[in-house]
Design a protein around this ligand. Sequence first.
Ligand SMILES: *Cc1c(COP(=O)(O)O)cnc(C)c1O
Length: 492
Amino acid sequence: MKYIATRNSSNAISGTQAIVKGLSQEGGLFVPQTFPQVTKEEIIELCELSYNERASKIISKFLPELSGELGEYCQKAYSLFDGDPAPLVKTDENKYMLELWHGPTHAFKDIALTLLPHLMVGSKKDIGVDTKTLILVATSGDTGKAALEGFKNVDGTACLVLYPNDGVSNLQKLQMQTTTGDNVKVVAINGNFDDAQTAVKQIFQNDDVKKELSESGIELSSANSINWGRLVPQIVYYFSSYCDLLSSQEIDFGDKINFCVPTGNFGNILAGYYAYRMGLPVNKFICASNRNNVLTDFITNGTYTSSREFFKTSSPSMDILISSNLERLIFELSSRDDKLTAERMEQLKNSGTYSISEGELASLKELFYGGYVEEEKVSDTIDYEFEEYGYITDPHTSVALSVYDDYINETDDMTKTVIISTASPYKFVDDVLKSIGSEPQKTEHKSLLKLQEETALPVPSSLLELPKMEKLHTDVIEKTQAKEYILNYIKK
Ligand SMILES: *Cc1c(COP(=O)(O)O)cnc(C)c1O
């Protein structure tokens, strides 16, 4: 099993190398050279297994080098969850919520980031690297905390997180600022997520920085979904939800289903696409966006335009104009043309836009549907779902529910649909309270208890304790200072 890069497919490397490197030399992303297949018999076998066993089986196909350790890694990672890491809840005919937020930081990023530190340590061992790994993370809120929790106190690693100062929820910020551990650092940057992500990408490609790092015995890697090790654990829950639908006799074997995914950086939905390429029966991927609807436009007309107005919304983890993982899909659509992919990414960087061909657009549309929602409807949908089904969702998941509604109205598609539920409503407690006609309280603590009183969904104790914890990370920098800041951090 080898991996190639989207902007240069001539050098094949192992999956463990891809995880240690994070990003390829040319700035491209690593992708598997071929997609391992999952047969009908294997899917039936998966149905008999627990989530962590399913994970171990699927991930072994991509990382055979680690197949001896994966059972233990998955067991360790998923024991940090409160029960099943990916329970499926039926709320209506044809509609199922895949709740991926029962992990330590209460967002779906935990599915990958509880496992990534193990994959990183195992990968370094596999390729015989014993330098220190600095994990650089740009976050729109949830990745940061999940990465910090995953990597804190992991030997041979350090983790530095950059987040947009005004672009995350209060609880998300508190979660990051209060992180303990002697190998972690968090800094706010005056800018939006794309600024943070661009700063991180530039550091990866900066030869001076790399030289300075390697002189200090440090290698850079990433915990963003540009890292293969972040994506591969996310493929698992697409298979797992299909198994759960089979086991509960909601579908028959071979039935196609839809997935509706609240999307930002395109990592989650891309993992679903990879599951499809491995043989999972999928009818449509519904790509749900908020007002930052760059992906809706792309799926509609084949032109990606990141140079446009940026909106701050109630679903901050999707406030993204440069969806990094789309590069991996573009690579597939172009029949894996690395030169063309590199050209398009260069165009995007220089002029903020690129287009795909008519033929590519047609095959994109066969499998993907794109839609977006305005802010008011996000809040209305939270209220409606709560009134109608007694089911409370966070704003990101509400974006998906709302786009799914539009999809049904437009297509009358009766296919059973799994809605990916990406965060606990408590992470966005004030917006959720307002949506259901209640009121945010004077303190975060009181708001959390208020939402519990309104909904009877138990509030996670780790969130309740946050306001009492000491803020250890309060640095704020300009985006132009990112490189200097990172270099200073390394020297300490
Ligand atoms: C990260 C995130 C998303 C978007 O996922 P991508 O993989 O970036 O598309 C959606 N919802 C929540 C709560 C998130 O944290």
